[in-house]
Design a protein around this ligand. Structure first.
Ligand code: AHN
Ligand code: ZN
Length: 334
């Protein structure tokens, strides 16, 4: 009798324990819920990004076919190589508006190179040979420091690469950081030459027609240009809105959700020519631009744009941080 009771009790206990065990489906959904809740987004360091901006400016003006340009390009390559195994340099000759042969290099760094879902982060690393927005004519012929126009976007991407390289948890997507050369050699108005098409963005035009890898494809791209200004405002430019409206909304929403509503404003602005135009038009990869907008200045851009005041004194670490932290948040959510 006692024996029989024992068997009944242990059977009841066994069935009870078995029924408490989560089913296979439950276990799977539990892990995916944990994954969604547990995205530990690394911290972007604005001070470090600022030092990367300063380092570039300290080389001197990074105008193509000059020593500072070559030395800075070498520095960008070796720095990125310290953060990722795969850095590909695309060397090519670009032709300027005045028919000069420019020795240019696009620098492409890949993280998680085997992943098929890839996202591009880009910025240009060259600086403008003419401060053509200066009022005084003698000043217009001088090259600019390009602390904001050039170095700021690259500084954010170097810090992004550093953070990813030491992060315990990596983003699931593949990431390609592309540093375009020859963006800022566009024909200046003061020469009063006949209008010419496509004199800006030589590096992105080249890359879009000759990708760094055969059959390269990306899900989408984000371009950074002039992201280090004081009280910078990033509006929703017409070119990004035309080619990649959903990505633009989603990046703005992410920035706003983590507290950067002062920077990422929900305001539509005009179409602009920048590297993203050629990536959209020629490579057919949807790419948006995060670029400072200053409506009161008439030129779209801030009042330091293409002037001798585009220097380190006008760089704000908080703007670099807002953009860099937003990028990390976007990439870890993909
Ligand atoms: C035009 O001025 C038409 N595009 C400017 C794009 C640019 C220059 N971004 C930085 N420097
Ligand atoms: Zn420029």
């Amino acid at each position: 009798m006692k024996h029989k009771l024992n068997i009944i009790l242990s059977t009841v206990l066994f069935v009870f324990i078995w029924s408490c065990k989560p089913s296979k489906e439950d276990r799977q959904s539990n892990t995916s819920i944990e994954k969604i809740n547990k995205v530990d987004v690394p911290v972007f360091n604005g001070d470090s990004a600022y030092l990367f901006v300063k380092k570039q400016v300290d080389f001197g003006k990074r105008v193509p076919n000059t020593a500072p340009h070559i030395l800075c390009g070498n520095y960008l390559y070796s720095t990125l190589k310290s953060y990722s195994e795969e850095v590909i340099v695309q060397e090519f000759i670009g032709t300027s508006f005045d028919k000069k042969a420019l020795k240019l290099r696009n620098i492409v760094t890949s993280f998680n190179p085997k992943a098929s879902k890839r996202i591009i982060l880009a910025a240009h690393w060259d600086t403008r040979p003419f401060a053509d927005q200066e009022v005084k004519e003698q000043s217009q012929l001088k090259p600019i420091d390009g602390a904001n126009d050039g170095a700021s976007g690259v500084g954010v991407l170097l810090e992004f690469a550093r953070v990813i390289s030491i992060a315990k948890e990596k983003p699931q997507v593949g990431i390609d950081i592309i540093l375009f050369d020859g963006e800022d050699y566009g024909q200046p108005d003061f020469l009063k030459l006949p209008q010419q098409e496509n004199t800006w963005c030589l590096g992105s035009q080249y890359w879009a027609a000759n990708k760094h890898k055969a059959n390269y494809q990306a899900y989408y791209g984000i371009l950074l240009d002039m992201v280090g200004g004081k009280n910078a405002k990033f509006a929703m430019d017409g070119t990004s809105r035309q080619f990649a409206p959903e990505i633009q909304k989603s990046v703005w929403n992410t920035a706003n959700s983590i507290g950067y509503s002062q920077y990422f404003i929900y305001q539509n602005s005009e179409q602009i020519i920048d590297d993203h135009l050629y990536v959209n038009q020629i490579a057919k990869i949807p790419m948006i631009d995060i670029i400072e907008y200053e409506p009161s200045d008439g030129s779209y851009f801030a009042n330091t744009w293409h002037t001798l005041d585009d220097n380190l004194q006008n760089i704000d670490k908080n703007s670099l941080k807002a953009v860099g932290q937003t990028l990390l948040q976007v990439l870890y959510q993909e």
